[in-house]
Ligand binder design. Sequence first.
Ligand code: HSE
Length: 339
Amino acid sequence: MQLLLIGFGTVGQGLAELLIEKEGTLRDEHGLEVQVVGIADMLKGSIYDAGGIDLKAALKAAKADKKLTELKGGFDGDALAMIKQANADMMVEATYTDIKTGEPATSHIKAAFEKGMHVTTTNKGPLALFYPELAKLAEEKGVKFYFEGTVMSGTPVLNLIRETLAGCHISEVKGILNGTTNYMLSQMEEGAAYDDVLKTAQELGYAEAVPDADVLGWDALAKVTILANTVFGVNAKPDDFPCKGITEITPDAIADAKSRGKRFKLIGKVWRDGDSVKGSVGTEEVDLTHPLAGVMGATNAMTISTDILGDVTIVGAGAGRAETGYSALIDIIRAGGKR
Ligand code: HSE
């Protein structure tokens, strides 16, 4: 399988490292030889080599803040130009999320579909804003459109709902969907200051490029919208749901809640209300005895309410380099591997 990597930040590099580390597993267990033929990044520059890129050299250059364009196969054009010119089986779209416009990721995805490429994306913008249109285009072009990493990073919640819980009627999904704010609330409970923990969350690769998206709840709102659209089959937009982040939560409020046997969590949920589907994002004081109260750090959790099994809860990584890179690997194996 020949891949194009669009975006070579935390997620793209996390995936590249996994492709090197898991080369044997991919070949021996999934019959999959993966070759990256192009990398395009707005800041780091681009390379294209139909014979395959040296991923170790690309990672080394990215870490040393050297332009990829200086390597063998340096490509003098933007991501869209590369997608239009390249021959590849699948595109990994891992550019930064712009939740207001969904761009440039949406244009990248449409261009890849036009070229007959499968797509996996970790970018929440296109899914939250244009899912029905993109899914229809993928179907028309006969290609796969996967997006496991958009909700709970590599913790395979979308696959769980779509494939493993097939046949269940889902009445509600609810949980901790943003790693940055859960990490911040956890650290603030230990006495750390808001600005310091936000900075650490950025250094650890949890936060969005513009961290307002995390602390104001927009990232969780994008995930709520994605769940509404992909699990509940509606055509919702982020503005359809109320959203409030963690900016008003102070260390005193956290301590006060704890003294009353409660813990603040930023909760995103989608539920059926008669014939309509509702969603929301906001902080809730969760009882310390509730399963979600014990989910700390960048870990995420989601409870899926079903008709047959009752509640199913999945807890796992919600952000991070290898964790989100892995979500793309799941989708690559799903698109091209023998499972
Ligand atoms: N900024 C996001 C988070 C990254 O903290 O959860 C994963 O979507």
